[in-house]
Write a protein that binds this ligand. Structure first.
Ligand code: CTP
Ligand code: MG
Length: 171
């Protein structure tokens, strides 16, 4: 069993390409109210979780909800790809403003696995080119994320996921 320690009153960033299993991991290890997902807010502001034109408005709401939850001392998990450093930076900023820690759980899945999973989905229309671009972003992220104000970076391969347990701990 691999224990993933995360801050009980802080922020957890899920990081991974589309199809890496972020939403599945979130549903397995966290309560629904602890998970703030970009898809959910895209759906709220556009009626369609896949509407990329709704991204800016969705993230404005997502950041606000993260801010309020952290201020209230609640463990909060961001279910978004978070493969771009700019996306992580804005969330780290929200955590810093609330004086709480940030950990990341990276789902490091081979590109072929993510593409194959997405092919089988009915809730996503992303083609292989989207995953390829995100995979490039992720590769750069794995080099830089430890210098971005993220405390612990848990990197999980598909084999690691089944044996992982999340352990929230008070700082
Ligand atoms: N899946 C799987 N085995 C896993 C994890 C996920 O077969 N260990 C499947 C899920 O059932 C789903 C697909 O792979 O059909 C994508 O998983 P999901 O958790 O939805 O991936 P996300 O990373 O959340 O993808 P997105 O960024 O597109 O939301
Ligand atoms: Mg998802």
């Amino acid at each position: 069993v691999r224990e993933l320690r995360v801050p009980a009153n802080g922020l957890v960033l899920l990081v991974g390409v589309s199809g890496s299993g972020k939403s599945t991991f979130a549903a397995t290890h966290f309560a629904p109210s602890q998970v703030v997902s970009s898809d959910a807010y895209r759906a709220i502001v556009s009626g369609d979780a896949n509407d990329q034109s709704a991204t800016a408005d969705a993230f404005e709401l997502l950041h606000h909800v993260v801010d309020v939850r952290l201020r209230r001392g609640l463990l909060t998990v961001v279910d978004a790809t978070n493969v771009q450093s700019s996306a992580r930076a804005s969330l780290v900023k929200v955590a810093k403003a609330n004086h709480v820690l940030v950990d990341a759980i990276v789902l490091d899945v081979p590109e072929s696995v993510a593409v194959e999973r997405n092919r089988a989905r009915t809730d996503r229309e992303h083609g292989a080119h989207v995953v390829a671009r995100q995979r490039g972003d992720l590769r750069r992220s794995l080099r830089s994320i430890r210098k971005e104000g993220v405390r612990r970076v848990h990197v999980l391969t598909p084999e690691d996921v089944a044996g992982a347990v999340v352990v929230p701990e008070r700082p």
